[in-house]
Design a protein around this ligand. Sequence first.
Ligand code: DX5
Ligand code: ZN
Length: 220
Amino acid sequence: MIKLAPSILAADFANLQKDIELIDKAGAQWVHIDIMDGHYVPNITFGPPVVKAIRRHTDRVFDVHLMIEDPDRYIKDFYEAGADIITVHAETCTHLHRTVQYIKSLGIKAGVSLNPATDLSQLNYVLEDLDMVLIMSVNPGFGGQSFIESSISKIEELDSMIKATGKDIDIQVDGGIGLDNVGRVIEAGATSIVAGSAVFNSDDPTETIKSFLEIFEESR
Ligand code: DX5
Ligand code: ZN
């Protein structure tokens, strides 16, 4: 099954409850939560208290994307706030294998994210331990950027690597995805699609979520 993970980075921060409930009612399976620290990426969002506050308004999977330096310091806080999946950037972890095991020891799913210029070889020796790999199809830090085309061949290559393991590992793709290009991303092998501005900057976010889900159905 392909999962839609609307990113609340593009939601109304003054009324997150409304947008969380919209995601839930429209049928998106996951909620993508972008955490930025102003160091690893040049933007700041919010921390565990906000995640905890929105956790009360949906049972959907909380997919927490940490774009922060030294993520080990905060993983437990996001777990306690209600994260179901925690994804860290390979570039931020001094001991990536240890960080992945730490996330899994909490009983939740672990993901590793790679920037557009980061090689898939970063996954060597940890891939089989992962529940998800996040391929960044924009440089992290902001919503509303254009999809980087080289991501397509990277997704295809990762798909082959995962098939070779025989394991069930999600390929999430994040950045610059809309109704116009999502088909190609799925065809390349993505199983989890993040969409921020394509959902929340559209005239009717509920209808946009439903349109994404219809495309997912047709691609099965
Ligand atoms: C960017 C974030 C994305 C962002 C995507 O650093 O990781 O999740 O919300 O936004 P769009 O879909 O607008 O590119
Ligand atoms: Zn993200």
